[in-house]
Design a protein around this ligand. Structure first.
Ligand code: GAP
Length: 517
């Protein structure tokens, strides 16, 4: 685990050093849980968004896109339930004046018990060597059993307070924190306030105060922009059920536990698709979308073993099925995408609050009804982080050196081809520029002439550039160059006229999309 934490720290500093992700307003020492994407980060992020957008809108005739405003009529959030129920349970430590999520404090306590058990098991494994029987050890070791019992009892109690009939039992939560003797990591004391619910939406005001300013919210999800446009799109696009509306855009949440870099941010980006279906067919569509979305993830080639579904046992009152797609990050399996069968809750609620009839007239059955919705919702930034985590490698080479390489899927890499003149003379820089001038219309190219070739290769490995081309003396005679592959580091001699044909297919989003069909 400690080793994985080190790797994660290295990934965070790599992101900064190579222009992928910077802390927001860095010169002012940053702003908590807000980040900026740099020159390479924005390219990778745009490629992720393109891969998602095209897989939705190009590959499905019945899915169209929109781009709704971030500000929405305040009643939207009343209707969606966010004003009343988009809360986190928070607790303050009176000595340090620090605020924590009470549920997270308890989950961390459960994780501490888990860690303790794992440590015991690992110690025993070392002690007994090949003859170690883990299952038997877990059953018979008194220390492990005791810790396991404490852990299970806490887990059970936690489930009870979280699922209490009238909503989360806030007093019960505080009692757990006291009984478990959880201390504030800053002050080290147990001087806790009561647990209170805290709404995650950011508020601001629209209009000048004199005119009667009104409170509006920065949207905490993009989905509501789709629901309020359902009628507009269905009518103007003459859409027939089933059909989907896709959107990519910023969302804002006043997250209190802001850790793990871009995993949990206060300003982030979502790619959401609401798929409207006939009532009664939603569970069939739910499983189709589960499969389609998992295929989209696994198509990147990171290995099926690094993904899993986490089906929800406890469902929101309006959902009749929900699952997360989790990816193996250095800090464990974590949610990257949510797939929810949201029934007709949102459309019905907007109909009620707006007074508009939000229905679909089914020409096949001559009846009108409120469509049901399957939602696929993925965070761009979490997707970005999962790709970075999986691609990052500090590789030991045969000659004893180490190189840092990002094995990014070529279609997502910020730069696809780097072109180097071997030296800055004999017409080589001009030839290299000529190659770039020809290829830049087809994919992102970069020219580099500083430092020796080895260093230039390393810089390109570190930003995940899949191909490097070197222009040398021979190029000037026969128009061939060396083409180096990032992952194998193998070099081969190819004709300049063949470069586009060799590279384009490997680095295009189309190559990824074709594998989805
Ligand atoms: N419309 C449904 C919805 O918003 P969610 O599970 O709250 O559902 C969907 O969010 C996805 O948005 C998550 O799976 C995650 O990838 C991303 N996400 C949510 N909160 C985030 C945050 N604070 N920072 C970064 N990404 C976040």
């Amino acid at each position: 685990m400690a080793q994985q934490e080190d790797v994660f720290k290295k990934i965070v500093s790599h992101c900064k050093e190579y222009g992928f992700v910077f802390p927001s307003s860095d010169i002012y020492d940053g702003l908590g849980a807000v980040y900026d994407y740099g020159q390479n980060g924005v390219e990778l992020k745009n490629n992720i968004k393109q891969y998602w957008w095209q897989s939705m809108v190009l590959l499905h005739e019945n899915i169209v896109g929109i781009d709704a405003a971030i500000f929405m009529h305040p009643t939207t959030w009343k209707a969606s339930g966010h004003v009343d129920a988009f809360n986190d349970p928070l607790i303050d430590n009176r000595d340090s004046k620090k605020r924590y999520r009470a549920d997270v404090l308890i989950e961390e306590q459960i994780a501490k018990y888990d860690d303790k058990i794992e440590k015991e098991v690992e110690k025993a494994r070392k002690r007994f060597g090949d003859s170690f029987d883990e299952a038997k050890y877990r059953e018979t070791s008194e220390r492990v059993r005791e810790t396991q019992e404490k852990r299970d009892a806490l887990h059970e109690r936690y489930q009870q307070v979280m699922n209490a009939p009238g909503g989360i039992d806030l007093e019960g939560m505080k009692q757990i924190i006291l009984d478990e003797e959880i201390v504030c990591p800053i002050s080290g004391t147990r001087n806790w306030t009561d647990v209170r619910q805290f709404n995650l939406m950011f508020k601001t005001e629209v209009g000048a105060a004199a005119e009667g300013a009104s409170t509006i919210y920065l949207r905490p999800e993009t989905a509501q922009g789709i629901f309020v446009n359902y009628l507009n799109v269905q009518k103007t696009g003459r859409m027939k059920l089933p059909f989907g509306i896709a959107q990519i855009g910023k969302a804002f949440r006043n997250e209190i536990v802001a850790r793990q870099f871009i995993f949990r941010m206060r300003e982030f980006e979502q790619m959401e698709m609401q798929f409207f279906v006939k009532p009664g067919t939603e569970l069939e569509w739910f499983s189709k979308w589960k499969e389609t979305r998992m295929k989209w993830h696994q198509n990147l080639g990171f290995g099926a073993e690094n993904y899993r579904f986490h089906d929800h046992d406890k469902l929101a009152h309006y959902a009749n099925a929900a699952t997360d797609i989790e990816f193996r990050m250095p800090f464990g399996f974590k949610e990257v995408e949510g797939i929810h069968s949201r029934t007709n809750f949102d459309l019905s609620s907007h109909a009620k609050y707006s007074g508009k009839k939000i229905e679909y007239f089914d020409p096949e059955t001559n009846e009108s009804y409120t469509p049901f919705v399957i939602e696929t919702s993925i965070g761009v930034d979490r997707m970005f982080l999962s790709i970075m985590c999986h691609s990052f490698e500090e590789q030991k080479l045969d000659n004893g050196e180490t190189r840092t390489v990002l094995h990014l899927p070529a279609a997502l890499a910020p730069v696809k081809l780097a072109v180097f003149p071997l030296t800055k003379k004999d017409g080589m820089p001009e030839k290299a520029q000529e190659i770039i001038n020809e290829l830049r219309f087809h994919f992102n190219c970069k020219y580099e002439e500083k430092d020796q070739i080895g260093k230039r290769y390393r810089r390109m490995d570190a930003i995940g550039c899949p191909y490097c081309v070197t222009v040398d003396q021979q190029t000037m005679q026969d128009d061939t160059v060396t083409l180096r592959d990032r992952d194998t580091m193998e070099q081969r001699r190819v004709k300049i006229s063949e470069l586009r044909g060799i590279i384009e297919d490997q680095v295009s989003i189309t190559s990824l999309l074709k594998r989805l069909l």
